[in-house]
Design a protein around this ligand. Structure first.
Ligand SMILES: [Zn+2]
Length: 574
């Protein structure tokens, strides 16, 4: 494989000296697009038609996965359902890859180039929500829901792949398409393990897709933070909390002391960092001094050395807390993500396709739902996006103010990768929240997926038909991206995917969610199965009708700056 890449790069250096010199002068500015041959332009037209002809399949897949509402590492039904569809369409599926039962790698075609399409699949705790309803109304109270929109990305990739597969068969084209899921993305739990297991070794480029409010793509680094997810487990000694408290050593005190230490330190950390925690075990009942407690932290920073520093600082806080409380502690890495760095030549190609596709035509009902929830949340009532943004570098080291993460970052440091953002959600929503579920099984998501699939299919065709595009992608990857930083995994050789996470929550809610699984044979849409009028708005007599305050508007503006600079998610992300 390495030999192939070297030859490919060498060959293309010979052919493309001029183009690459041009690119060397501006690694942060977009280069002018090259035009497609007549044959490629015709194929792209066919791909658009192929995607459009599968709009029904998109709706069924999006609605079905929405209804399964499965948390990270527990995507059993979603994974079985999608692999079934892929097998029916001629893909060979390897299940349970990298030691993760719900992960898979689906492959169709033969020979070079090998292009892998990826997107996330898991949902968000406590985000259960009726789709199409513009106020809080859970399907199952307390249950998980697709409050990030990860029910839409793999359907998008399947649509793109099937449309391109038809064209490849018709034209006897060589090349291999792979489709894979971002399992447990909200836990940054899987992709570093795919990389470690070698699943991207023979792949030439990755086209990733992530739900957003608009159709777009970015390149470069400093659009997303890297992160390490780490649990600190404290062990003390229990005792009767009233009769002999002095015999106890509280593990809960240790966990709380760690938080106090971290909170004091926070003021002296770089503004770009994000760190947050939950106590996943804080004891059982007050009259028993807690002998065990667990504090789960996410440490996020902009680059590899700073992430390492933050993790070491976390361990120092835990050590200090254990000394103060007379307890002991151990730590476990539950997940990790490199900050994303996205490929300029492929992003430029994808952006040309995005411009050709344009945004979906939103109906009055789509806009009414969007404005309804924006009104409900007292944020600017701008409705849905109606124009695409320009192509740009994500940010610079100096201008980056922090944002979300996605373990696609690990992939992006191993081979040329881009993230397509597609418009399946509503602007100005909080993210990781029930409100972000509202659009995700409605015509907004269905249309956004179809639009995104067109751009994805066209870019796939670019990569299959233009060896010079792959060559300049690898040139950018090796020469620009890897110039000062090489990939070093955060996971250690002894680390394993934590596939036990979320099991207890899914065991609790699955029986209640089952009643709401989408039956596509019986109902033309999930909205119809649920009997939801689209859109359902809160009656105007509501007390929630206050216009946004100035502070609201300012904080939304800051949030949008962060979101629009995020190459990972453009609004979403772990
Ligand atoms: Zn996400």
């Amino acid at each position: 494989m390495k030999i192939f890449r070297s030859i490919q790069i060498l060959v293309c250096h010979l052919f493309l000296t001029t183009a690459l010199f041009g690119q060397q002068q501006s690694d942060t500015q977009p280069t002018p697009p090259s035009s497609d041959t007549a044959a490629l332009a015709a194929m792209k037209k066919e791909a658009i038609a192929g995607v459009e002809s599968r709009a029904k399949l998109a709706q069924v897949m999006v609605d079905t996965i929405f209804s399964y509402a499965e948390l990270g590492f527990q995507e059993k039904r979603s994974s079985a359902y999608l692999t079934g569809i892929l097998e029916k369409n001629g893909f060979k599926v390897e299940r349970g890859i990298a030691g993760i039962p719900t992960a898979f790698m689906a492959t169709w075609g033969e020979g070079k180039p090998v292009i892998a399409l990826g997107s996330d699949l898991d949902c968000i705790p406590q985000a259960s929500q009726k789709p199409g309803v513009a106020y809080r109304d859970p399907l199952v109270v307390g249950a998980p829901g697709h409050g990030e929109g990860h029910n839409s990305g793999i359907p998008l990739n399947i649509l793109a792949a099937l449309a391109v597969k038809d064209i490849m068969q018709k034209n006897h084209m060589k090349g291999t398409i792979k489709i894979w899921p971002g399992i447990a993305e909200e836990l940054i739990g899987a992709k570093a393990y795919y990389v470690r297991a070698g699943y991207f070794k023979d792949v030439d480029a990755v086209l990733f897709a992530h739900v957003a409010n608009n159709l777009g793509v970015s390149f470069g680094g400093f659009g997303s933070l890297g992160a390490v997810s780490m649990r600190f487990d404290f062990v003390g000694e229990s005792s009767h909390a009233a009769v002999a408290p002095w015999r106890g050593k509280s593990a809960l005190s240790a966990a709380e002391l760690m938080d106090v230490g971290w909170s004091f330190k926070r003021q002296f950390l770089r503004p770009v960092q994000r760190s947050h925690n939950v106590l996943v075990n804080a004891g059982d009942q007050p009259n028993v001094v807690p002998s065990t407690a667990s504090n789960w932290y996410y440490f996020r920073e902009a680059d590899y050395p700073h992430i390492r520093e933050l993790v070491d600082l976390g361990s120092t806080m835990a050590k200090g807390a254990s000394i103060m409380s007379g307890t002991t502690y151990s730590s476990t890495i539950l997940g990790s993500a490199w900050p994303g760095w996205f490929n300029k030549p492929i992003a430029e190609a994808e952006y040309q396709n995005i411009k050709m596709v344009g945004l979906p035509t939103w109906s009055d009902a789509d806009q009414a739902l969007a404005k309804g929830i924006q009104h409900e949340l007292k944020v600017p009532e701008v409705g849905l996006e109606t124009s695409i943004n320009s192509l740009r570098a994500a940010a610079t080291e100096e201008s980056f103010t922090g944002g979300p993460s996605d373990d696609i970052g690990d992939v992006s440091w191993n081979l040329p990768t881009v993230t397509l953002r597609y418009p399946a959600n509503i602007p100005n929503l909080p993210g990781h929240n029930w409100a972000n579920s509202i659009a995700m099984a409605t015509p907004i998501a269905h249309k956004g997926v179809v639009a995104g699939a067109k751009a994805q299919a066209m870019t796939l065709l670019d990569l299959l038909n233009k060896p010079e595009l792959l060559a300049s992608a690898w040139d950018y990857f090796n020469r620009v991206q890897l110039k000062n930083q090489k990939y070093v995994p955060f996971i250690r050789p002894e680390d394993k995917p934590h596939t036990e996470l979320n099991k207890a929550i899914m065991d609790k809610y699955e029986p209640q969610l089952e009643k709401f699984y989408y039956d596509a044979d019986k109902y033309p849409s999930y909205l119809e199965q649920l009997g939801i009028k689209y859109p359902t708005l809160r009656p105007q007599t509501s007390t929630n009708g206050q216009p946004p305050t100035e502070t609201d508007a300012e904080s939304i503006e800051l949030e949008n700056t962060i979101k629009s600079s995020s190459a990972v998610a453009g609004g979403g992300g772990f």
